[in-house]
Design a protein around this ligand. Sequence first.
Ligand SMILES: *[C@@H]1O[C@H](CO)[C@@H](O)[C@H](O)[C@H]1NC(C)=O
Length: 390
Amino acid sequence: MRALQLLVLVLSGLVGAQQQALMDYLERRLLAIEDRISLWHEQTSRYTSELREFKQQMVAQLEGLDKSKEALRSELDTVGTRVDRVEREMDYLETQNGVQPCVDVDDKLVEQQVTAVKERNKAKYAKLTDCSDMISSIKAMKILKRVGGAKGMWTKDMGSATGKVYILNGTEGNTMYEFGTVREFTSSQGTSAATSVQLPSAWRGLGHAIYNNHLYYLKQGEEMKLIKFDLQKNIVVDSAVFPAKNQLPVYGLNPETFIDLAVDEEGLWAIYATQENERHISLAKIDPKTLDIEQMWDTPCVRENAEAAFVICGTIYVVYNSKLPSRSRIQCVFDVSDMVTNDDAPHVYFPKRYGTHASLKYSPVEQLLYAWDDGYQILYKLQMKKKLDV
Ligand SMILES: *[C@@H]1O[C@H](CO)[C@@H](O)[C@H](O)[C@H]1NC(C)=O
């Protein structure tokens, strides 16, 4: 019995000691937690006041920014002009150093085209009557050469595939260069392998066309006189004053061109602009035999920031860029047969270049675009689709 009492006593003593230890432990933990809580408090209030300070600084800076935004905007115009100047200087340096063409996407393009053209001709001409192609994308690009100045025009005979290459360098002049083949053109030094063709009067702008062995061009001078020049006999065979009054430059980015002549599957077209409809580009169908105007249309395509245009199957495609050159893109189309509207026309972007196109000439025989970009002669191969397949 005594033994049992003793055991109880010892046990309760032990429990008591354990409780005490637990209490001590808990108290230490509590103290530690309290310390940390007060530390957090301190930190939080410091953070809050720092945040408040930061906010105040931001508000002050934002106010400052608002003020300098105005100043920046006015400076931007000045900077723009300076960038323009630097770009011109860079272009000049590049011409001095004779930079080689650096893009060569489709090496076989020209060779294939030249040999394929003859076979394809038959099929193509059978299609003339029910021409219904429209552009779907640009399949390939090839830079052939750099000959001539910033602006100019190069083409083949867009009516018949003779293979000859014609160069009209500059926005005015009366010497045209003729190369026997594309290969002669690309392999020769400058224009050394070319035949010079002296024209009886100087051309104006970049809108010339070569169609079925004739050069059509706008003559220098006050009146808008179109000349038809026979390339086999080397004589002027016809001329006519273009019947539009108060003509304006067609393209905002190439103001030298007053009439841009284009060839498509259906014949010869003139792209022009007049004061009567001064924001927009107009289109006329020309009889290539007589230079008569058959019909005229006002298109919804604006002149501002336009660099060039071309016609495919009776649809005009206007190509736009910006004053500081970026990517050229087709941004407006107008179809004289009303089958294509601006909404279902694809917005086709050209591969990136640093310049803008001075001219873009469509070859219905080859479905190529002959482009002149800062002295480079470029070919774009077009992917077509049917107008009604949209
Ligand atoms: C092309 O024209 C530019 C001026 O526009 C001229 O400086 C250059 O010499 C010409 N090049 C050829 C090959 O005629």
